[in-house]
Write a protein that binds this ligand. Structure first.
Ligand SMILES: *[C@@H]1O[C@H](CO)[C@@H](O)[C@H](O)[C@H]1NC(C)=O
Ligand SMILES: *[C@@H]1O[C@H](CO)[C@@H](O)[C@H](O)[C@H]1NC(C)=O
Ligand SMILES: *[C@@H]1O[C@H](CO)[C@@H](O)[C@H](O)[C@H]1NC(C)=O
Length: 672
């Protein structure tokens, strides 16, 4: 019977799908705390955790290479660290990259052997790569246990990306106490890679697909110097437009819009713009000089530029000045009173950084009486404006239970959010660059590496590449190119991980795969689990499916009340779901009130009739599909209902007692 039962859902899903486009936009992370989370501050002033970390950070010459040892950046950005490229580790990585670019299995095997022997000699970075290869089942047998082991030892040896992988593994296994420790460490490293007082822009990895389609819009904007909009901007900058200069500087500084990161070019554009009096560039120069990022650190210069920017009412620059006063850098002497004044000025002008800095002052009692509750409030304001360091502080509060009630789930989630902004996120820039160059194999490899570090976008990008490009993805299996089965297994596992992390498209794909038994064993329970993942993101379609599964007791207990609740929720989340929900509620109502009636059985049997009708609809009424389907559905019900009544009347007239079961073999297909 399975084929029968699945069809109405399909129909109704089709309806929903046609009613509104799947939205894959990342949802903004809004932190909502209940009174429950807020802890009485009286209980928690006696901790010493406040003393052991420097929240204003000193970022002592923390280059990204120091923060992320073993990073592949020398292979992709040779300008950064030319000396390292000759190390045998990097030669091996380069070999691997060229193997997937050219689809050369022999070279891949060679590189893998080199990685293996270096790993055996104890090189942590080689171990990290070997863990990756085992995890993906590339050139070696897929083996999660070995993968974890290699990552574990690599992490112990100081490879940070392996720490990400291990933390993510713990998280997936709900071992929050272990995950939280690693993520705390990783988030701290990430925070140390940020600018001094200015928040780095949130650089989301680009989602290269939108549902099943390539995300053309996002890709167009990521073509770097080839992008038309960028060329126009560059033209304007060359003509002397200071705003354009600033933007270009920003793009180069962070490697946005598909540009190669280039600190020298960034500095040049910022300086040009600053000479023309562009305040944001001045602030950036201040930050760059304070951080010593790509220039010789010079706090005097930093203060000069920040002051210039502040004079033009760029309030975020006050944060930088405040920082210098907290530290006593570039100013006569430390002055907390002055620092606080600057932070307040920024906060009064709705600068999230100002709130954050005031939070730190109150949290640590710097120049003010310590007030954890107030600090928490400031952090919340900053966090809800997207301030990354504030996420970090709140995570810390959830972690230690100072200021907020201890909550390892929340702590882990927030730390992870921050940790994913660490230097290792560069992988996504290289992957995208490769993808745009048509080097799908390299893009797939890089996204896969990111996927194991726990990046949801990378997981779905990699899975999508596998499905879209098939053999063209140069996916390497246990021995040579992936077989169809290997590719399928790999994609499935990636989609599953993405769905766990709330990717709706992935959750629905996985749910449907289990529901219909597509490429996997039919499994209603796993389907329900996957739909639950999407539901947690308020996905109307997933809710609808869950309602349907409750209604029919598939994978979930038969529960008409719960079914109705899911249907209602679906409607609440998305008014566009009105039509299918109405239909479903109608059928639910009939089922409830006339459980054994002919009509209820009729509804169950509709699926069998439906495909023919549907095919007809597609041929005849393609355009007004929705209206037609509704009309047909209603007509069908009415006609069948009338026929039933007619029949009943006839039967009654004949004084007979009909056995409903025998009435219509066609319609009364047994259910389940
Ligand atoms: C790498 O080594 C070669 C010779 O072995 C040398 O010519 C080249 O300059 C080196 N490259 C870097 C970036 O050090
Ligand atoms: C820092 O900048 C100031 C002002 O621009 C300059 O006078 C000073 O020599 C610089 N210090 C160093 C160490 O370069
Ligand atoms: C710190 O700054 C405040 C206000 O700007 C000022 O009144 C005070 O004298 C300064 N303190 C020191 C020690 O310089």
């Amino acid at each position: 019977m399975p084929e029968l039962t699945s069809t109405p859902k399909l129909i109704i899903c089709l309806l929903i799908l046609s009613l509104y486009p799947i939205s894959l936009k990342a949802r903004p992370f809004i932190l909502v705390l209940s009174q429950d989370d807020i802890k009485d501050s009286a209980a928690s002033t006696d901790d010493e955790s406040a003393a052991d970390w420097d929240d204003f950070g000193d970022s002592e010459s923390m280059t990204e290479e120091n923060l992320d040892p073993g990073s592949w950046s020398p292979v992709f950005e040779p300008s950064i660290d030319p000396g390292a490229i000759n190390g045998s580790y990097y030669i091996t990585i380069s070999k691997m990259m060229s193997a997937v670019t050219n689809g050369d299995v022999r070279v891949m095997e060679e590189a893998t052997s080199e990685v293996e022997s270096a790993a055996m000699e104890g090189d942590p970075h080689a171990r990290s790569v070997l863990g990756f290869l085992y995890g993906m089942g590339m050139m070696r047998e897929r083996n999660k246990g070995k993968a974890f082991l290699y990552h574990h030892f690599a992490a112990e040896g100081g490879n940070i990306q392996s720490k990400m992988a291990v933390a993510y593994t713990y998280l997936r296994q709900d071992m929050h106490d272990k995950a939280v420790k690693l993520y705390a460490e990783l988030a701290e490293i990430a925070v140390n890679s940020f600018l001094i007082s200015k928040d780095s822009p949130v650089i989301e990895p680009i989602r290269i697909h939108n549902g099943a389609e390539e995300n053309k819009g996002a890709l167009r904007k990521s073509r770097g110097e080839d992008d038309e909009a960028f060329q126009i901007l560059e033209y304007q900058a060359q003509k002397g437009n200071a705003g354009a200069m600033y933007k270009i500087g920003l793009f180069y500084y962070f490697g946005l819009r598909g540009l190669r990161r280039d600190r020298t070019k960034a500095l040049m554009w910022f300086s040009k713009a600053a000479d023309k009096g562009e305040p944001q560039s001045m602030e950036f120069l201040g930050e760059i000089y304070a951080r010593g990022a790509g220039v010789e650190r010079n706090y005097t210069k930093a203060l000069e530029w920040l002051t210039h920017a502040a004079r033009q009412q760029l309030y975020s620059a006050y944060n930088g000045i405040g920082y210098l006063y907290v530290k006593g850098y570039g100013v006569e002497k430390k002055n907390y009173t002055k620092a606080k004044e600057y932070f307040e000025k920024a906060a009064d002008n709705e600068e999230a950084g100002g709130h954050y800095n005031l939070g730190v002052m109150y949290y640590k009692g710097i120049g003010v009486k310590r007030d954890v509750k107030l600090a928490c409030k400031y952090f919340l304001v900053a966090a809800n404006a997207g301030h990354q360091k504030a996420f970090y502080q709140l995570a810390k509060m959830f972690h230690t239970g100072v200021g907020l009630k201890k909550n390892l789930h929340m702590a882990t989630a927030l730390y992870k959010l921050v940790a994913e902004r660490g230097p290792w996120s560069s992988l996504s820039r290289w992957a995208l660059e490769s993808y745009l160059k048509g080097d799908v194999g390299k893009a797939f490899l890089l996204y896969s590496r990111m996927a194991e570090l726990g990046y949801e976008v990378a997981q779905s990008n990699a899975a999508w590449i596998l499905e879209k490009y098939g053999e063209g993805s140069m996916c390497m299996g246990e021995s040579g190119f992936c077989t169809d089965a290997e590719r399928h297994q790999c994609a499935h596992s990636l989609w599953w991980q993405a769905s766990e992390q709330g990717n709706e498209h992935a959750a629905l794909l996985i749910g449907d795969a289990y529901y219909y038994g597509r490429g996997t064993q039919r499994d209603y329970e796993r389907a329900a689990e996957a739909y639950m993942h999407a539901r947690s993101q308020s996905n109307a379609q997933a809710m609808f499916n869950l309602g349907y599964m409750h209604e029919h007791g598939q994978g979930l207990p038969l529960d008409l009340h719960l079914a109705k609740r899911y249907y209602d929720q679906a409607l609440e989340v998305d008014p566009a779901a009105k039509l299918p929900v109405t239909l479903a509620l109608t059928s639910l109502w009939i089922r409830k009130n006339y459980a054994d009636s002919f009509l209820a059985r009729l509804i169950d049997a509709l699926p069998e009739v439906y495909p023919r009708v549907e095919a007809w609809v597609e041929n005849v009424f393609m355009e007004e599909g929705n209206v037609t389907i509704l009309t047909l559905f209603v007509c069908l019900l009415t006609v069948l209902y009338l026929r039933e009544r007619q029949r009943r009347n006839a039967v009654q007239a004949a004084g007979d007692v009909a056995l409903p079961n025998q009435h219509n073999e066609h319609a009364a297909a047994p259910f389940n």
